[in-house]
Design a binder for this molecule. Structure first.
Ligand SMILES: [Zn+2]
Length: 467
């Protein structure tokens, strides 16, 4: 009972979701798969976007030990070695005597004391998944093998069951989720270890849920996730998909949940070859959506600097800068999709780069590089390996020459990994010579990079036949 009290206490302390809107009265709460009955005379309140829980009523009803001092209007909550003190109307609280700021002060409403639960919840380790559409919170007790089983959140048995529990896995053994993207009507989740996703559909509203146990977010997610470890992926141009969200759903085992919110019922096909990419394909017949997909590959990166310029600049930085400028332009294109093999200073292996393009069934692959050679060599080259890439090479090279203003060193063939191992038309652009002082001086200028990025996008559009 003591434990139940703690869990329930933590549970009721978790609600301060800024996105909640004003429908807090209809909030549902599930703890480890079980619905809680919130007392009618002390329903959850929304105060300026902060969810307030009637702690006195709920806690007393549940038998949790709380002390209310009427004179000082102070709530004292004790559990194990943690003591929280909150005072009505005051925006500071104490945790074991240490002052902490609150976003919103506790309030007294009729005979009920309401407390801001985000603050209190942060003192505990519950995993919270908030479904804003359903106004429902799913909570998982940390380090506790509560078998959630199926839950019924009251919308016709359409549930998001708690993930199956397995023995705890140490943090180092967790697979890192390194990135996610949505393109060509497919959600792609990159992992660095083998994973076993659990995928299921839910109706009312329609959604597809993918739980991946024994995973954690890679460090790259730290500035994308909010303080509750929730993140969102904007999806535009796909009528069936309204949005994609993801969160650390459970600590036991550490489980990341992805939810594809749908505007209509939608079939999917899960591909998990344990090769670092989990794909949820929403093209119901598993064929292409008809939209073309372009892969932009910024050469080198991370530990691989590529060529070093005469002024000691790194090729990888040039490649990424141009790629990100290309991306900015591609974001405005509505008739085809794109994916980057890297968008930061990381090093996907050459195999990884090919695999991204192959797994996604890309239509064209463009790798962006700068060359190095003798100090006198100057100009641009476009490389291809397989003959089916020649037409793409010719188009891209025409625009590379025009946009760079550098010497035309022609379209060339060479056996390069990314242009050889891919199966779609694939080219590698050498946008100038870092070993040449004249080329080096302009390659890192904004204007040169903008021009080349524009040229690359023009080439892509001409090749795809897009106006
Ligand atoms: Zn290179």
């Amino acid at each position: 009972m003591k434990k139940t009290g703690l869990m329930l206490f933590m549970l009721i302390c978790m609600f301060a979701f800024p996105g909640l809107g004003h429908a807090a009265g209809s909030t549902n709460i599930y703890l480890d798969g079980k619905a809680l009955n919130l007392p009618k005379n002390g329903e959850v309140q929304n105060v300026n976007g902060n969810i307030m829980i009637p702690i006195r009523v709920v806690v007393e009803e549940l038998g949790f030990n709380v002390n209310w001092e009427k004179v000082t209007r102070t709530v004292t909550i004790k559990q194990a070695d943690t003591t929280l003190k909150l005072v009505v109307g005051e925006k500071t609280a104490t945790v074991n005597g240490n002052k902490m700021n609150l976003l919103v002060a506790p309030i007294l409403k009729s005979d009920t004391t309401l407390v801001p639960l985000r603050f209190i919840g942060e003192q505990f380790g519950l995993t919270v998944h908030w479904d804003n559409a359903a106004k429902t919170a799913y909570l998982v007790t940390p380090g506790d093998n509560n078998s959630g089983g199926d839950v019924d959140p009251g919308n016709g048995g359409t549930t998001e069951p708690t993930p199956p529990t397995t023995p705890p896995v140490t943090d180092e053994n967790l697979a890192s989720i390194g990135g996610i993207s949505f393109s060509d009507n497919k959600l792609m989740i990159a992992t660095d270890k083998n994973v076993t996703p659990n995928i299921f559909k839910i109706s009312g509203p329609e959604r597809i849920v993918i739980d991946i146990p024994n995973t954690k977010f890679a460090d790259t997610f730290s500035n994308i996730l909010d303080s509750d470890k929730n993140g969102y992926l904007d999806v535009e141009g796909y009528p069936a998909v309204s949005k994609i969200r993801y969160s650390l759903y459970s600590n036991s085992p550490s489980t990341i949940r992805f939810v594809i919110d749908l505007n209509q019922a939608q079939n999917y096909k899960l591909t998990n070859d344990n090769d670092g990419l989990v794909i949820i394909d929403l093209n119901s017949d598993s064929t292409s959506s008809g939209r073309k997909l372009v892969v932009i590959d910024a050469g080198h990166g991370g530990s691989d600097p590529g060529a070093i310029s005469v002024t000691k600049k790194k090729e990888k930085d040039f490649n990424l800068a141009v790629t990100l400028k290309v991306e900015q332009l591609l974001k405005k294109e509505t008739q085809f999709d794109y994916v980057l093999t890297r968008s930061g200073d990381t090093y996907p292996s050459l195999k990884d780069r090919v695999k991204i393009a192959e797994d996604m069934n890309a239509d064209i692959f463009i790798s962006i590089h700068a060359n190095a050679g003798s100090a006198t060599a100057s100009g641009v080259e476009t490389y291809y390996t397989r003959k089916e890439s020649l037409a793409l090479a010719n188009v891209m090279h025409k625009y590379l020459v025009a946009s760079s203003g550098l010497t035309d060193r022609k379209v060339r063939t060479k056996s390069l990994h990314v242009t050889r191992e891919t199966t779609m038309p694939a080219v590698l652009l050498e946008c100038g010579y870092l070993s040449n002082p004249k080329d080096d001086a302009i390659l890192f200028t904004e204007s040169f990079q903008n021009n080349v990025a524009e040229g690359i996008v023009k080439g892509i559009k001409e090749y795809l036949g897009i106006q």
